[in-house]
Design a protein around this ligand. Structure first.
Ligand SMILES: [Zn+2]
Ligand SMILES: [Zn+2]
Length: 431
């Protein structure tokens, strides 16, 4: 094996271009025979570690797709790729390394793992991303019998779907219920799945290094799963859709989805580990905020489980809370949706407020235009005043050189942008 820093010319060029973020050259270099994607620089760092620390998302993707080993660990101080990602503070890169199979347990020369390193330097969002992650092999543990078990706790064929459920970033109960509706095999096996999730939850809380982020998430997922099961079995006429409606129904006075608020609050309060710091903090926040006030229970839950950044994402779907919802209700242009099926889901309750919201938006737009017009007039006045003063000054200084009328009367050059940008509307579904 080659020593650290023993590099071919192409490999040296690779490090240089990774550093500079030159993706085109890097791609070219990676196709060369004398380039090992996992080569080491003088400090024992791989190209991937270099770029993870620089938080270059695209470069990380390129290196991973060329076989970069996310767990190669020969850095002189034992820093792993995940540590570099977490130290950079970039949640996307951190998540990418976890998805690529980065181990969370290795420690560096001062005995800290990636999560502890991130906490040490104050990258709390990355701490949450790491804590929230659950590797598939830990779930696969349940697919084989252990000890005296005659059969495993989890059917092998259910593991991939359950893993997806566990890793859902969007913890809106609507989104999770929709996922379960699409994957009824999980709902049908609710008692067994519940046991597995509760076991994972307990394991997180009893480990030497507790992980209450993941534990709270497991507990919450159980609450959603059991509610779906209950509706599916007991309310056969409406099924899980009935549960979704309860969650989405907006209070008439202020449009707050009070059913969702209550569901999430109750679910959190039932978390069995009351000495968990996270639990104490969330319950305190909930107590300080009346249902219907901001932040909502969903925002608080998302914040606790996914880190803070996720709540800053805008353009959330009014039905499932998925970010970057691009469609708008064509009637009010106020609420957003991922697609028409999300809109249909929400229409039964939105239709009561659609008109009101549309008027609110129109009013807000009119107000904005009025303010802009005021501002424009003010600026024009200022300019006129300044011109007048200047003219007077020049008159005083040099009265010989008289000019013609100098008042600026540049008539309204306003670019009247009253029309909103063209948008991709979704039609109102028939009520
Ligand atoms: Zn949606
Ligand atoms: Zn509308």
């Amino acid at each position: 094996m080659k020593k650290k820093g023993e590099l071919s010319d192409s490999e040296r060029a690779l490090f240089e271009n990774v550093q500079n973020g030159n993706t085109l050259v890097v791609k070219e270099l990676l196709s060369k025979d004398d380039v090992d994607v996992n080569c080491l620089d003088d400090y024992g760092m791989t190209p991937l570690q270099n770029t993870a620390f620089k938080a270059n998302v695209e470069m990380c993707q390129i290196l991973l797709s060329h076989g970069a080993d996310v767990n190669k660990n020969e850095h002189e101080n034992g820093y792993t790729t995940l540590m570099f990602a977490a130290l950079s503070g970039n949640t996307e890169v951190t998540k990418m390394m976890l998805d690529a199979g980065a181990k969370t347990s290795p420690v560096n020369s001062v005995g800290r793992n990636a999560c502890q390193m991130a906490a040490f330097v104050g990258q709390h969002e990355c701490v949450t991303v790491i804590k929230n992650f659950f590797p598939s092999d830990e779930l696969n543990y349940y697919t084989v019998p252990h000890g005296f078990e005659k059969e495993p706790k989890l059917r092998t064929d259910l593991a991939p779907t359950l893993h997806k459920f566990i890793l859902c970033n969007n913890v809106s109960p609507v989104k999770l219920a929709l996922f379960l509706k699409e994957n009824m095999e999980l709902v049908n096996e609710t008692p067994k799945i519940t046991k597995v999730l509760e076991h994972i939850c307990e394991k997180q809380m009893k480990a030497s290094e507790t992980n209450d982020v993941l534990a709270l998430k497991m507990h919450y997922l159980v609450q959603v799963l059991e509610a779906c099961r209950k509706w599916d079995v007991e309310k056969t006429d409406v099924g899980i859709d009935g549960f979704i409606k309860v969650l989405l129904k907006e209070r008439e006075s202020d449009g707050v989805p009070i059913g969702m608020e209550k569901f999430i609050r109750d679910a959190i309060r039932e978390f069995p580990y009351h000495d968990s710091e996270l639990f104490v903090q969330v319950v305190r926040n909930l107590a300080d905020t009346q249902p219907g006030r901001e932040p909502s229970a969903l925002v608080m839950l998302t914040q606790s489980i996914n880190g803070t950044r996720s709540i800053e994402i805008e353009d959330l779907c009014s039905a499932c809370n998925e970010p970057k919802a691009e469609k708008k209700c064509s009637a009010c242009k106020y609420v957003r949706y991922c697609n028409q099926s999300c809109q249909k889901l929400h229409w039964f309750t939105h239709k009561k407020r659609c008109k009101e919201l549309g008027e609110k938006l129109k009013k807000a737009e009119a107000e904005k235009i009025r303010r802009e017009e005021e501002e424009r007039k003010r600026k024009q006045k200022e300019a006129e005043e300044a011109a007048r003063q200047k003219e007077e000054e020049s008159k005083g200084e040099d009265s010989k050189e008289k000019e013609g009328e100098g008042a600026i009367t540049s008539e309204s050059q306003e670019t009247d942008k009253t029309t909103p940008p063209v948008e991709d509307d979704v039609q109102k579904p028939e009520s």
